[in-house]
Write a protein that binds this ligand. Structure first.
Ligand code: CA
Length: 157
């Protein structure tokens, strides 16, 4: 069995890069994120799509990381997270990149199986580094998102 994480480790030796798919319907944001991915040595941008349908068409490809917008013209990116996690097997990492910072949305994405959640603060965002962090087991969170998750955990007690 060929695990996505194994190929990522191979990538650290310089042979194979991690395959990244961007799901983003705003062309300016998609282009900016794409440039950030392509500027990172360990990442290879294999596809960009602006719809859930387009992303579903890529699920049988070998993808190591989805960078996923939530507000898409044909539905919520959270649906895609649920579908990817329900498939099991070769599970890609999923890094949410959204303007939606409300608590319900953040929690739904995290519980569905997102590996990280970044707000679209495009000018200050080093998406290549955040993507690499997600691929090596990190959980990139914007500070306000991390603060919410901590508050939520405290409320559970
Ligand atoms: Ca959008």
């Amino acid at each position: 069995m060929h695990l996505a994480s194994d190929s990522w480790r191979t990538g650290e030796r310089g042979d194979v890069k991690a395959n990244v798919v961007i799901v983003e319907d705003d062309p300016l944001v998609a282009a900016h994120v794409g440039r950030g991915v392509e500027a990172h040595d360990g990442l290879s941008l294999v596809a960009t799509t602006g719809t859930l349908a387009g992303a579903r068409g890529l699920l049988d490809r070998k993808v190591d990381l989805f960078i996923l917008d939530l507000g898409l013209p044909d539905g919520s990116g959270i649906e895609l997270i649920e579908e990817i996690r329900a498939r099991g097997g070769l599970e890609p990492k999923i890094l949410v990149l959204s303007v939606l910072g409300d608590q319900d949305t953040v929690l739904a994405a995290v519980l569905a199986g997102a590996d990280g959640y970044l707000l679209k603060d495009i000018d200050s965002l080093d998406i290549g580094q955040q993507a690499a962090d997600a691929l090596t087991g990190g959980a990139p969170l914007s500070p306000s998102i991390a603060a919410y998750v901590l508050r939520h955990l405290r409320r559970q007690r």
